[in-house]
Design a protein around this ligand. Structure first.
Ligand code: FES
Length: 167
């Protein structure tokens, strides 16, 4: 807590390109070091190395991490976050305009997800009333009868038995 207070009190003199240690980033974000390494491996954040080969993060990476955490809470896949981050500058902090653009894209994505879930819920309600569990008719089990393209009969069971085949 003492360390955190010191970091906060240093804020007025901070610069986006200040280098922060892993420990400082962990203290600021609550993200564990292994998650930082994971985010780095996925291209979500970048790190530099000091002479002792320790990771150092530009202060503006805190924004990226905050956005990753926000995206996780919204249920946005990390792959989508990584994709959108490729459109953001890495060497300088993203501008307000960048963040507005990202938030608009994610808002659209969330609206699509919401529509999908509402439709799924509607279908589930119908299925509970129906109970036929027909692979041909039930949109929940077999949307648009897609399994038809994979052959006749219990194609999912065939797929499973092929996977188990050691040959
Ligand atoms: S269970 Fe009959 S339509 Fe889904």
């Amino acid at each position: 807590m003492k360390f955190y207070a010191a970091a906060v009190s240093a804020e007025p003199f901070s610069h986006p390109n200040d280098l922060l240690t892993v420990r400082e980033v962990v203290a600021r974000t609550g993200v564990v070091p292994s998650a930082l390494r994971f985010y780095e491996a996925r291209g979500l954040i970048t790190a530099e190395r000091n002479r002792g080969n320790q990771r150092l993060y530009r202060r503006h990476m805190l924004r990226r991490i905050a956005l990753v955490l926000a995206a996780r809470r919204l249920g946005i896949p990390l792959a989508d976050v990584a994709e959108i981050f490729t459109t953001l500058p890495v060497d300088v902090p993203p501008s307000h305009r960048d963040w507005v653009r990202v938030s608009r894209i994610w808002k659209r994505q969330l609206a699509d997800q919401r529509r999908y879930l509402v439709n799924l819920e509607r279908q589930l309600t119908a299925c509970i009333g129906c109970g036929c569990l027909s692979m041909k008719l039930c949109d929940l089990l077999n949307p648009d009868d897609r399994l038809r393209a994979r052959g006749q009969g219990p194609v999912r069971l065939h797929d499973a038995s092929e996977r188990d085949d050691p040959a």
